[in-house]
Design a protein around this ligand. Sequence first.
Ligand code: NAG
Ligand code: NAG
Ligand code: NAG
Ligand code: NAG
Ligand code: NAG
Ligand code: NAG
Ligand code: NAG
Ligand code: NAG
Length: 450
Amino acid sequence: MLLCLLLMLLLVCSTQANQFLGTVMSYYPGNTNADGSVTVDLRYKLNFQNCTNLSWECLSGNCGTESLVARTIYEERNGEWCQTEEISTRQLPSNAPFQMRLNGGHWIDNITNGIVNSRAVTLVELRNRSDTGKANLSPQTTIIAAVRVPSNCQRDFSLLAFDPDGDNVQCRYGNTSLSECNPCTAPSVLSLSSSCSLSFSPTSSSNEGPYAVQLVMEDFPTQTITLTQTDGTQTTLTPEDAISKIPVQFVLWVDPAVPSCTEGLYLPVFVPPTPTNRAQLYTSVNMVIEINIQAEANISTISGLLISGPSNINQIPLGPGQFRLTWTPFQTEEGGSYPICFVVKADYNLSTFNSDLRCVIVTVINDPTTTTTTPTTSTDTTAVTRTTATTNSAVRPRLVNNVIGLRAKVSSTYQLSNNQVLSYIQQVRYYLTNYGLQNLTINLVSYTQN
Ligand SMILES: *[C@@H]1O[C@H](CO)[C@@H](O)[C@H](O)[C@H]1NC(C)=O
Ligand SMILES: *[C@@H]1O[C@H](CO)[C@@H](O)[C@H](O)[C@H]1NC(C)=O
Ligand SMILES: *[C@@H]1O[C@H](CO)[C@@H](O)[C@H](O)[C@H]1NC(C)=O
Ligand SMILES: *[C@@H]1O[C@H](CO)[C@@H](O)[C@H](O)[C@H]1NC(C)=O
Ligand SMILES: *[C@@H]1O[C@H](CO)[C@@H](O)[C@H](O)[C@H]1NC(C)=O
Ligand SMILES: *[C@@H]1O[C@H](CO)[C@@H](O)[C@H](O)[C@H]1NC(C)=O
Ligand SMILES: *[C@@H]1O[C@H](CO)[C@@H](O)[C@H](O)[C@H]1NC(C)=O
Ligand SMILES: *[C@@H]1O[C@H](CO)[C@@H](O)[C@H](O)[C@H]1NC(C)=O
């Protein structure tokens, strides 16, 4: 009895220290061993006002043992919140499904939809899929800890909902009876579509304040599939059955009304070459990917870029409203797809405004020499019109019978490998697509190095 009391008091103390602002988790299957045991990497972000730890516990199934944890390897500190990313590798006796739960933390004070306790659940499904011949990968997404909208403005938040297996990804609010949140009261000011877009409509000032948004993202097969466990048992899933589920939790701040909702005045607006929302970018191991972001606001002053991305992502301020994100994937990240989300913030008269939310997915291609075009001499050469482009200036190609000739001069302080050149071409392709050239294929016609 005394022991119970002591434990309860400790719990109360520790929960009050937490100032939770949400979490998101994705999982990446690892190796399958001869004895049927498997490994999985759980990658999760935890958001707090000040950097804090909170650990996940086993909710159901055999969650195995944690063999290696990279903790607090990335922190986004901007005065408002701290987002850390942790990667936990679990060693499992078989590929049977299990659930992990985050429990016992405490959201920030005075959440308008009344949420106090933090809770989240991930369902990890690693059984062999009949359609892919591999373990399932969860949907992949991320979100910054807190997004802002003035109470008098319309805004849509299209969350990144990428699935490496090509599954149909859907979002719903958490369900209290499935222990997905505690409780799962949805924010009255948002309407959620199953395609993971949240729509905010102008509301009265009495609805201003922070809201806890507690979503569950699930992947559904596009056709009926079977899942095979290490011991040979099989389960059939139809397109109505979720395969795995991950939590997506964050804070929506509904701020005081702004004199104008026109984007580009008080509210900063993204302009080119910022990637479009949900764009898919490519890079390869040890190859730096650069994402250039530009935003404008004519009345307020742009004061920063808030990001949520993989570990060791860097942001470089380039000038007013201009930022560059750089990220170099590790060998262990080869073959995976990693989400990055960002918003620009701007200040005016002690108020802070956010741009809309942009998210991209970066796929780390296995071996660019086999998955992308290799240098060839093309019979199209005579149709090619030569124009020039450099890495920093805008690309202005001239169209001739839908064939674009592009001569790019790339300067580098070190000798570029073929892989780096091919990865660069993928990025050029991406930017051209972004400027409206659809269904584009790029062939490297010639390439000289001096
Ligand atoms: C966070 O840390 C700052 C400085 O370290 C401190 O002033 C502040 O009170 C802390 N906030 C919370 C909610 O613990
Ligand atoms: C989180 O926990 C790890 C190991 O338990 C510890 O090394 C680290 O300092 C902790 N971080 C914080 C912010 O408490
Ligand atoms: C939360 O609300 C209470 C009562 O209205 C108030 O005293 C407290 O300052 C508020 N806390 C925060 C962080 O706004
Ligand atoms: C999954 O099933 C495919 C055949 O459907 C098989 O080739 C593959 O080895 C299996 N993978 C595992 C990890 O059991
Ligand atoms: C929540 O889950 C329970 C148990 O699976 C189910 O009966 C109920 O319909 C669900 N509620 C909603 C709103 O989906
Ligand atoms: C902001 O100023 C620029 C340059 O004067 C102008 O082109 C742009 O239309 C303005 N934006 C808005 C939203 O008025
Ligand atoms: C700045 O904010 C204060 C208080 O909110 C307000 O009285 C004042 O009119 C604002 N100034 C401008 C230039 O908008
Ligand atoms: C691009 O390809 C898709 C499918 O092949 C087609 O439906 C679409 O019309 C094409 N778009 C253009 C602009 O050619």
